[in-house]
Ligand binder design. Structure first.
Ligand code: HEM
Length: 251
C-alpha cells in the first residue's frame, strides 16, 4: 500500500500528541478529530440498536477498568478524576446516556489507553463480589477515593444490564429481606439447581432505561443482587437510597 508523503508527518504528530501527558478537556480532539463525537455516537447507536445491552456492557467496562487499574491511574490522574470524570462525565455520557434516555454531562476527553492488561488476580482483588456487605463496599470504594454517596449513586448503574442465575440464586432462595412475589417471579428464570448461566435483567421493569427504579426496587425488597439489597437493609446508607428513590435527577 502506498502512503502519501504528507501522511507520515501527520502520523508522527499524532503519535507525539498521544505520548504527551495532558489534562482531560471537553475539546481535546477538536483539532485532531473534529468529527469524533459524531463518529462515536453513530457507531454506538448502531451497536445498541443491534443489541440494547451494549450500553450496559460499556458502562461496566469503565467501572472495572477504573477499579482494577486505579494504581496505574493514580500515576497521572487521581482515581476520582479518572472514575467520576471518565465514567460519570465521560464516554458513557457522551455516547450512551442520551440513547438510554438518561442524564447528560459534559464529556472530558483525552484519557490515555493503558499499555498493560490487568491480570485475573488484580480483578479479583479490586472488584466487589455480589455478596459484599455495606461496610466492605464502603471500604472498597473509599480505597479508590470514593465516598459512600458516590458508591450508592454509582450502584444505580444496575438500572440497566443483566445478571446470571448463579450470581443471584442465593439471594432469591435464601435471603430473608426479599419480597416473596419478586422472588417467585425471579425463580421462574433461575432454578434451585443448574441454569447458572441463564441471564436476566437487573431491573425487570425498565431494563434499558437509565432511571431510578433501581432505588425504588430496593425500598420494596426487590434488589436482585445481595449487594444491591444490602444498600437498603437498616444500615448507614438507607437514607441515600431513599433520597435517590424519591428524585430521578438526584443520582
Ligand atoms: C457496588 C458494588 C457492585 C457490585 C457488588 C456489582 C456487582 C455486579 C454483578 C455481580 C453483576 C452481574 C454480573 C454477572 O452476573 O455475571 C453486575 C453487572 C453490572 N454492573 Fe455492577 N456491581 C457493583 C457496582 C457497579 C458500578 C459502580 C457500576 C457502574 C458504574 C456497575 C455497572 C454494572 C452494569 C452496567 C452491569 C450489567 C452488565 C451487563 O449487562 O453486561 N456495577 N454488577
Amino acid at each position: 500500500m502506498a502512503f502519501s508523503k504528507s501522511f507520515f508527518p501527520l502520523l508522527v504528530m499524532l503519535l507525539l500528541a498521544c505520548s504527551v501527558q495532558g489534562q482531560l478537556l471537553p475539546n481535546f480532539y477538536n483539532s485532531t478529530c473534529p468529527r469524533l463525537q459524531r463518529i462515536v455516537r453513530s457507531a454506538t447507536k448502531q451497536a445498541i440498536n443491534k443489541d440494547p445491552r451494549m450500553g450496559a456492557a460499556v458502562l461496566r467496562i469503565f467501572f472495572h477498568d477504573c477499579f482494577v487499574t486505579v494504581r496505574e491511574a493514580t500515576a497521572t490522574i487521581s482515581f476520582s478524576f479518572c472514575f467520576l470524570l471518565h465514567l460519570h462525565h465521560g464516554f458513557f455520557s457522551l455516547i450512551s446516556c442520551s440513547l438510554l434516555h438518561g442524564p447528560r454531562w459534559q464529556a472530558l476527553l483525552g484519557r490515555r489507553d493503558s499499555r498493560t492488561a490487568a491480570g485475573q488476580f488484580d480483578a479479583g482483588a479490586n472488584l466487589p463480589p455480589a455478596d459484599m456487605e455495606v461496610p466492605a463496599l464502603i471500604g472498597l470504594f473509599a480505597s479508590k477515593g470514593l465516598d459512600a454517596k458516590d458508591m450508592v449513586a454509582l450502584s444505580g448503574s444496575h438500572t440497566i444490564g443483566e445478571t446470571r442465575c448463579g450470581v443471584y440464586r442465593s439471594r432469591i432462595y435464601n435471603d430473608n429481606n426479599v419480597d416473596p412475589n419478586f422472588a417467585a417471579i425471579r425463580k421462574n428464570n433461575c432454578p434451585p439447581v443448574g441454569g447458572d448461566n441463564i441471564w436476566t435483567p437487573l431491573d425487570l421493569q425498565t431494563p434499558t432505561r437509565f432511571d431510578n427504579k433501581y432505588y425504588r426496587n430496593l425500598l420494596g425488597g426487590r434488589g436482585i443482587l445481595h449487594s444491591d439489597q444490602a444498600l437498603y437493609s437498616g444500615g448507614p446508607v438507607d437514607s441515600l437510597v431513599k433520597l435517590y428513590s424519591a428524585n430521578n435527577s438526584e443520582h
